[in-house]
Design a protein around this ligand. Structure first.
Ligand code: SF4
Ligand code: SF4
Length: 460
């Protein structure tokens, strides 16, 4: 059954554990991603303004984005956070080291992060803030570079003020959605036996020891039930003296069924991600040229109208329609649980659908534009270099006739999985199968209608 089988990867692949326990992992990989990240910023600031010839635009918004959405997040959850360069300089400053475990406390001003901000709301609004400027960010290298630089400066500044990875946990707009979709991934870090943690007095995974640091994500592994707030930094694998940390392979979507940790801020993240996917598809693939112009800020009033519509659809219209659907499902099934509770719970069924929509969108993007990558690799700044002899590789869309089939297949698979999850959640809130099936009817209809809109936009 979903959520029950587990395969301990560290036991199955014995060579993995010593590699992951080495203090070189992950800093060695972070240094590589940091180099690429700095090159993306430099090419944005000093390279060609032509997006298709600029390393920053092509490698961040096409290559990295496609890798993240199509491969890393669906299959490895928060694995990107393991090697992400954005928080690296701040974390290294806190530790006064890149690889070694330094003694003493982290070097910060030790401010306290406000209690009311210990949730996803900043990340929700941060993502929307980036999304309404995305037509500019995705096409103008200098704007893209300033965004990347701002994220890195924020990461460093917050590391100097607060202990640990406050930026990743509460601020980073990318981390918010990676966390949400990591609930679907078939890989998890957990403890092998929670009883061992309960009776372990020193709790080295929190305090740290000479092998490693206390959890930088401020998580207690002994109570981990879902993927979304564990950044897979693997410090706990290094510090745990009881050998109690495991990395499991498990069925897709297991965390979506963890009932006790569902929250309104996460539910809203699911709406925002689904809404943004729908709006991007509409703006970039739909037949309405005027929306494209508004999104590209042809005039300030047009863009303001576009931004207002974007926010209203994400924050009011989509959640509002889902609220009405949930109310109908509750009445049809005769459920006595509060409407707010059901609204939050059922929103988690939208997570696989949103992820499928982003995968479908990204397939189109990367297969059509991926052939720009060899060119910018040889000439990252667009200055006429030819470092690897690939500067003149022509733009050639890959398998253009296959793209709609891929997109339709992914969307249908996402819908079926979302319906399955919705049924499982309905079952958690019902007294029997019949009640759950009745609740499912409006929810399934809602998700099918959204999928139909995507299909119209992707497949024409
Ligand atoms: S150090 Fe290991 S055994 Fe102890 S609380 Fe942490 S994960 Fe559990
Ligand atoms: S639980 Fe372990 S792997 Fe996850 S963020 Fe904390 S220390 Fe890192």
């Amino acid at each position: 059954m979903l959520g029950q089988q587990r395969i301990d990867l560290l036991q199955r692949v014995p060579r993995l554990k010593p590699m992951l326990k080495s203090r070189l992992f992950p800093p060695a990989l972070m240094l590589v991603t940091l180099f690429v990240f700095m090159l993306a910023i430099l090419s944005g600031l000093f390279g060609t303004p032509a997006g298709s010839r600029n390393f920053g635009i092509i490698f961040v918004w096409i290559v990295w984005w496609a890798l993240l959405i199509i491969l890393l997040v669906p299959f490895f959850g928060r694995a990107w956070c393991t090697i992400c360069p954005i928080p690296a300089p701040g974390e290294w400053l806190q530790r006064r080291a890149i690889v070694n475990r330094t003694s003493g406390r982290l070097r910060t001003l030790r401010w306290r992060w406000p209690r009311r901000l210990k949730n996803l709301w900043l990340q929700n609004f941060g993502f929307l803030g980036v999304a309404i400027f995305s037509a500019l960010i995705l096409t103008r290298p200098n704007i893209s570079a300033w965004l990347l630089l701002t994220l890195m400066i924020m990461g460093v500044a917050l590391s100097l003020l607060y202990e640990n990875r406050v930026f990743c946990r509460y601020v980073c707009p990318v981390g918010g959605f990676i966390g949400l979709y990591s609930l679907v991934a078939p890989v998890e870090l957990r403890v092998s036996d929670p009883q061992i943690c309960a009776s372990h007095k020193t709790k080295d995974c929190i305090t740290g020891n000479e092998q490693g640091y206390g959890c930088p994500w401020m998580v207690f592994p002994g109570k981990l039930a879902r993927n979304n707030y564990c950044g897979l930094c693997l410090e706990c694998l290094k510090t745990c003296p009881k050998n109690n940390i495991v990395i499991n392979l498990r069925p897709f979507g297991s965390d979506l069924l963890v009932a006790k940790e569902r929250r309104l801020d996460e539910a809203y993240k699911a709406f925002i991600m689904l809404g943004c996917a729908l709006l991007y598809a509409g703006v970039l693939l739909g037949p309405w040229g005027w929306i494209k112009q508004w999104a590209n800020m042809d005039t300030l009033p047009h863009w303001a109208l576009y931004a207002a519509g974007f926010l209203v659809i994400n924050l009011v219209v989509l959640p509002g329609l889902f609220w009405v659907t949930t109310a109908f499902a509750r009445r049809l099934a005769g459920q006595s649980i509060s409407l707010r509770h059901l609204f939050v719970d059922y929103a988690y069924a939208l997570i696989p659908l949103g992820l499928a929509a982003w995968i479908a969108f990204s397939f189109g993007f990367v297969l059509v534009n991926g052939s720009y990558a060899p060119g910018v690799l040889s000439d990252p700044l667009g200055w006429g270099w030819n470092l690897f002899g690939t500067a003149n590789v022509p733009w050639t869309p890959l398998w253009p006739t296959l793209i709609p089939f891929l997109q339709v297949g992914v969307l249908i698979a996402g819908l079926l999985f979302a319906i399955h999850i919705a049924y499982r959640i309905a079952r958690q809130n019902s007294s029997g199968h019949r009640q759950a099936y009745l609740a499912m009817l409006p929810l399934g209809g809602f998700m099918a209608a959204i999928t139909f809109m995507f299909l119209r936009l992707y497949a024409g």
